[in-house]
Design a protein around this ligand. Sequence first.
Ligand SMILES: Cc1ncc(COP(=O)(O)O)c(C=O)c1O
Length: 293
Amino acid sequence: MLPQIPGKNYPNEVCLNGEWMQPENARISVFDRGFMLGDALYEVIPFYDGKVFALEEHLDRLKYSLSQIRFDFEVEKLVPYILQAVKRSFFAEEDAAVYLQLSRGTAPRTHFFPKSSEPNFLVYSFPVKLKDFEEKSWRLLLAEDIRWHRCDIKTTSYLANTMLNDESHRLGLDETLLFRDGKITEGSHSTAFFVKENVIYTHPEGPEILSGITRKIVIDLCTELALDIREEAYSLKDFKHLDEVFLTGTTTQVMTISEIFTEKEKIFSRPEAGPITRKLQKAFKEKTRKSQA
Ligand SMILES: Cc1ncc(COP(=O)(O)O)c(C=O)c1O
């Protein structure tokens, strides 16, 4: 039997290179560059009540990542499989997400990018609990950002992210908040926002962070709500004056942060979500669930 993780399931069906099959029948070469070198990209696309959300934005980010790694691929070709994935898995009315992975494909192992390789793509859907996210809160570990200098590329090479995330997991915490040169970059799989004296701060786009789709949606919501949002990195030295913290991400949505710890001490505590976090959670919910707005 395959290893199991409580609360996590393998999908019953996956789409490999356009063909639907049971996962145990899905085979790719051991010379796949995603497997050997992490030469692969990914996206996670949410479906609210069975309806895709921000698909264009996810495809645009995939195009950007492709351009950055000099990988020619027509992204539109993936759309039918992304949409089929949810329908085929009986999530047509439910909340779900689609995992999409695209590797440069199979070729003899080289450090340079081969001129001809046949890309491999994988698509599958999984159920995800997107409702009532505002009732939860997360506790964070603060740790030094040890990742590479191209965090803007959404690659499957997430070993540093998983090492960092595992540090908080081992301590019974929910996510790791990262800093570099005295400034917060982001979470190991999320974007970080800080509120101080009614001003909201988040790291500007660039190679230090992944340009989150949810980040962009929340920034737009701040503008619509006439909230003061600044794309400026938040300094560790300003932690003592912090009023609110929240994280964003496709399945994280807009998550209240109740506590932040270093290895030695607690540096932030706010048991209940603050007023700005609440406002944005409500607006985000309305945007993603238009029928409930
Ligand atoms: C490092 C990192 N930052 C931010 C995010 C949030 O991005 P999005 O809102 O597009 O899910 C993710 C999501 O996987 C991530 O891995």
